[in-house]
Design a protein around this ligand. Structure first.
Ligand code: DON
Length: 307
């Protein structure tokens, strides 16, 4: 069995030396400030051993990775009724696309494209004030990562609020079909803020552990979701977690994964490990360029592909 710490360190060194880094996201102006030379990797195995490389303790904007946790919370609140509001099929379209929404009567294809995640946030908001819903999401992440210092980057949230015209359009379109219940401003306020949560690779890998271990966080012994629900969340991550790059990610990495435009990816090796990687440069589908390459190297060297 290759030594985990050695493999993680070697991959971090190799990635830091590569000249091809992709392009940092610019459509949220605050994200354009990220340093494309950054690279971090954290792996936590079943025994709780943590292996880190590069900038594994530097917080970054988790963006769409937050959608894994909002999906988990919304399923906990209304169970399988959630699937009446949002589908679970890959969209084959970019994360912020609007084209399918009209044809499919305002029901987004899956909970990870922006429209689907906004519909999930609307479920979490129901019956609460926006600040209560947001507090719920943040506390959930703090509890999973066992770190009460995790916060929201207000500059990123404000930057997206100023420029998120596409999401405003998606939300209004869904509201016109009756798919959203709450005032669009409220739902988007919560959505922009949960996307702006800042976490390091180490914190994110810790937070994802329940998905690698049948719904139970081995650090606390606490069951976050049932084994069946953990399997299903992983299935949606595998098929939809990288948008129109999901097939390529499954082909190359072979793990359930969720990306964010901040350059992070959370990947789950069921029964084995929770993995977080971060490199801000993105590929054409908006997924971390070096993050995917690093995960491909990791699963190859450790034999961790699920296939
Ligand atoms: O809504 C947006 O566009 C961003 N807050 C999140 C998009 C995202 O992270 C897509 N991921 N690769």
């Amino acid at each position: 069995m290759p030594d985990l710490a050695g493999v993680v360190r070697a991959i971090a060194d190799e990635m830091r030396a590569r000249p091809d880094r992709g392009e940092v996201a610019r459509y949220i102006p605050e994200l354009a400030r990220a340093d494309p030379r950054a690279f971090g990797l954290a792996v936590i195995d079943a025994a709780g051993t943590v292996a880190v490389g590069g900038d594994a303790d530097v917080p970054f904007s988790i963006q769409s990775i937050s959608k894994v946790f909002t999906l988990t919370l919304a399923l906990g609140m209304i169970g399988d009724r959630l699937w009446r509001r949002v589908g679970r099929e890959p969209s084959g379209n970019p994360f912020n696309s609007i084209v399918q929404l009209e044809l499919e009567r305002g029901v987004p294809r899956n909970p990870f494209i922006n429209a689907g995640a906004i519909a999930v946030t609307d479920v979490i908001l129901s019956g609460h004030q926006p600040r209560e819903a947001l507090g719920e999401i943040l506390r959930f992440l703090q509890a999973l990562a066992q770190d009460p210092t995790i916060t929201i980057d207000e500059a990123v949230a404000a930057s997206e609020k100023r420029t998120g015209f596409r999401n405003v359009a998606l939300a209004n379109f869904m509201r016109s079909f009756g798919v959203l219940d709450n005032p669009v401003d409220y739902t988007l306020g919560v959505y922009f803020h949960h996307c702006a949560i800042a976490m390091s690779c180490r914190q994110l890998a810790t937070a994802g552990r329940f998905l690698a271990h049948s719904g139970r966080n081995p650090a606390t012994g606490y069951s976050v979701v049932s084994p069946e629900r953990a399997r299903r969340i992983n299935a949606v991550m595998l098929t939809c977690g990288h948008y129109d790059g999901s097939g390529e990610f499954a082909y190359r990495v072979g793990l359930p994964g969720k990306s964010g435009v901040g350059g992070g990816i959370l990947a789950i090796a069921p029964g084995k490990a929770s993995i977080a990687v971060w490199s801000p440069g993105l590929d054409a589908a908006g997924n971390s360029h070096l993050g995917r390459i690093a995960l491909e190297a990791l699963t190859k060297r450790l034999g961790w592909s699920i296939f």
